[in-house]
Design a protein around this ligand. Structure first.
Ligand SMILES: NCc1[nH]cc(CCC(=O)O)c1CC(=O)O
Length: 329
């Protein structure tokens, strides 16, 4: 294609939510579109119900707290108001959306969870009874499972607000995705990055989802933004999740990685399902090839169900609040 031809193409409209994290992530994808596709871009802000209710101080509860952010951008995509939607992949439901394709998953950031604690402390250094903020049942269950006597309390608001609640003394610590802190340039606040052997991240954490309309020829071009090892890893993690979701409402962590083995590339997957109070868990791992990522994740999820993962999420004394049902806030 000649430069003249490029000049005639309209800019690619990249839809974004309004938050700092969202605009940073969308800006990053827009830059990749300019650099790798040679297309002009424009960021289009889409206001979501989630943003509105957060602004209004309404508690975000239930599955909608993840769904609303994604669906408002998808609606804008299907209405033709934007050409590309950028989400945090871990917020994207595992079931497909009619008329929309996951065109690219760019190279992921560090997927691990991070702690922002008072006085530079690590989780292990916090005294018994310390208050740790997270709205994520996955993080809550894994924090309880450490057996440190921490009090896990829900926390709302954007990343900035949550960090502020440690500064103000309302919480002794909060747990957040390291990737989000990195993207908004707040890594200096991190006092510990959690070892996945103790706290497994959410499936897809640290990765971005680049969606477009299924019938748009842009889908083909956007593949240039896809990172094959990241795609294999998140395909496996999300296959674990979708398999477990079929028979289990327990919080789930999963982390996959493509590593160089003796006979070429290998895919490693680790996953955990826990009771909400962290007292019971099913933890398993699997290996395979990156080209069989979905198969590896699906079989791992099925094995976990066979091992009792389906019994972990039954409503009990520790799972009676709405917040406990949110997969990952
Ligand atoms: N649940 C909200 C959310 N969705 C994506 C991120 C951070 C970026 C990422 O995980 O890719 C966050 C904040 C957090 O979990 O700390």
């Amino acid at each position: 294609m000649t430069t003249d031809h490029h000049a005639q193409q309209p800019p690619v409209r990249v839809g974004t939510r309004r938050s700092l994290l969202a605009t940073t992530q969308s800006g990053h994808v827009a830059a990749m579109i300019r650099e790798r596709l040679g297309r002009e871009t424009v960021l289009v802000e889409v206001t979501t119900d989630g943003d509105r209710s957060q602004a209004a101080g309404t508690p975000l509860v239930g599955a909608s707290s993840t769904g609303v952010f994604v669906s408002a951008l998808r609606d804008a995509l299907l209405r033709g108001e934007v050409d590309v939607a950028v989400h945090s992949l871990k917020d994207v439901p595992t079931y497909p959306a009619e008329g929309i394709v996951l065109a690219a998953v760019p190279q992921r950031e560090d997927p691990r969870d991070a702690v922002v604690a008072r006085d530079g402390l690590t989780i292990g250094e916090l005294p018994v009874g310390s208050v740790v903020g997270t709205g994520s049942p996955r993080r809550a269950a894994q924090l309880h499972a450490l057996g440190l006597g921490l009090e896990v309390r829900g926390v709302r608001g954007n990343v900035d607000t949550r960090i502020g609640k440690v500064r103000s003394g309302d919480y002794d610590a909060v747990v957040l995705a390291r990737a989000g802190l990195s993207r908004i340039d707040r890594l200096a606040e991190v006092t510990e990055v959690l070892d996945p052997l103790q706290v497994l991240p959410a499936p897809g954490q640290g990765a971005l989802a680049v969606e477009c309309r299924a019938d748009d020829e842009l889908a083909e071009a956007l593949r240039a933004l896809d990172d094959a090892p990241t795609r294999a890893a998140v395909d496996a993690e999300r296959a674990v999740l979708s398999t477990l979701e079929g028979g289990c409402s327990a919080p789930i962590g999963a982390l996959a990685e493509v590593v160089e083995g003796e006979d070429g590339e290998e895919l490693w997957v680790r996953a955990v399902a826990l009771s909400p109070d962290g007292t019971l868990s099913v933890r398993m791992s699997a290996t395979g090839t990156p080209s069989d990522a979905v198969g590896v994740g699906t079989r791992l999820g099925a094995e976990m169900l066979a091992d009792g993962a389906g019994q972990l999420g039954q409503p009990g004394p520790a799972a009676t609040t709405e917040a406990d049902k949110v997969r990952d806030a």
